[in-house]
Design a protein around this ligand. Sequence first.
Ligand SMILES: Cc1cc2nc3c(=O)[nH]c(=O)nc-3n(C[C@H](O)[C@H](O)[C@H](O)COP(=O)(O)O)c2cc1C
Length: 212
Amino acid sequence: MHTTVGKDSEGEQMDFSEIVKKRYATKKFTGEMIPQDKIDELLDLVRLAPSSFGLQQFKVKVVTDKEMKEKLQAASWNQPQITTCSHLLVFCAYTDVPKRIKQFGELMTAAGVPAENVQGFTDMTSGFVSNLSKEALLAWTSRQAYIALDHAMLGATALGFDSCPMEGFDAAAYSKILELPENTVPVVICPVGIAADEPRPKLRVSKDDLFF
Ligand SMILES: Cc1cc2nc3c(=O)[nH]c(=O)nc-3n(C[C@H](O)[C@H](O)[C@H](O)COP(=O)(O)O)c2cc1C
């Protein structure tokens, strides 16, 4: 069964397989701004990404300000996506998670989960986290952000926009420029906008090589 989502450049509906094939790492955008209602839809798709224990161990800074983008471009190997995109999503992994554990416990309570189960969840996740080194914790929270990144990329295509996953930036400079909370680290970014370039051929290893 095909779920019908997204529209291609001719306004035709695209199914999920077409969305995956159409997405590509856009190197330059037109500078046109995406309407707020579409961005809201995109951010909701990002919000719905799965995460380990459901904790959503990251935050996403959304940047639209022109001057801010210029400063960030200088901290991103001068890549043109930063200043030509509509919205720049900066995925920031948490370096701690007690707040998220508490929040998720509250969501469970609001959803009618019995108090002892909420307590059990809180104790279990707190125990899991306390056994992680600082580095392992950041690696773990970063992985969750990358799953949300994929929602952003495919969501953008589904909504008729383009995107680029990017690690080519200086995280410390981003933290400073954007005055990010101290308990977050920017790990990957995703400019979203209307492409001003053409997709390149997909270079991928064969299925025989990839799957074993
Ligand atoms: C985690 C990650 C980081 C990337 N960083 C950059 C980047 O800094 N700049 C850039 O232009 N492309 C970046 N890319 C895009 C890749 O080069 C691109 O996805 C890959 O070549 C495959 O091409 P396609 O996405 O167009 O299919 C990144 C991709 C990923 C997944």
